[in-house]
Design a protein around this ligand. Sequence first.
Ligand code: GSH
Length: 202
Amino acid sequence: MKGVIEGPMNQDRPKLITFGISHYCEKARWALDWHGIDYQEIGWPCGLHELLAKLGGAKATTVPILVNGDELVQGSGAIIDWADERTQTLGRQLTLPDARKIEQRADDVIGVHVRRLYFAEMLPKFPHLTKPGLNYNTSVSHRFIGNMMWPVTWRIIMRRYDITPDAASESRATLAAELDWLEASLPMAVRISSETASAGRI
Ligand SMILES: N[C@@H](CCC(=O)N[C@@H](CS)C(=O)NCC(=O)O)C(=O)O
């Protein structure tokens, strides 16, 4: 992976490879921050990331990817597990019997439709506002290539995530149903604490 990571290098810190605006990447950031793990974030431009991931030996093309020396951890859930194991604080104890199932469904349905809704609202009308978020924190040379590739990348994202004129309303409806399911799946204690948090009381 070393050859495909560009940017100011501090060899000692784990590297977190991301897209700036990705919510899966945000999940990985939260886990590392929460555990107090010092890391260096490196952005890959969307489009070019596929080549970089393949050249770097990753199994899939998705970010986040965490690189720690020769260790490569891909996927937000795997990065959370890596952080838990590394710090041994057991902070993310899975006390709900169905926690993994809930997490998986949130990843597979909520995560996917949040992304589709965002792209459906932004890409057709505001591609110039979308690109900087996707290419945030990239090296100068990677950004240059990412910018050159953007017209093709834009088309690929539109096709891959099925951004039709109905995409936003479809994904919004799916999300509303999924959030109802999520709320019903969480025990009362979790719901009360999130309501308390959202009311700004903690
Ligand atoms: N389940 C994966 C999903 C990651 C994912 O889909 N990442 C997107 C960014 S939001 C990505 O890398 N897309 C580009 C690709 O699929 O090549 C995770 O939790 O990390």
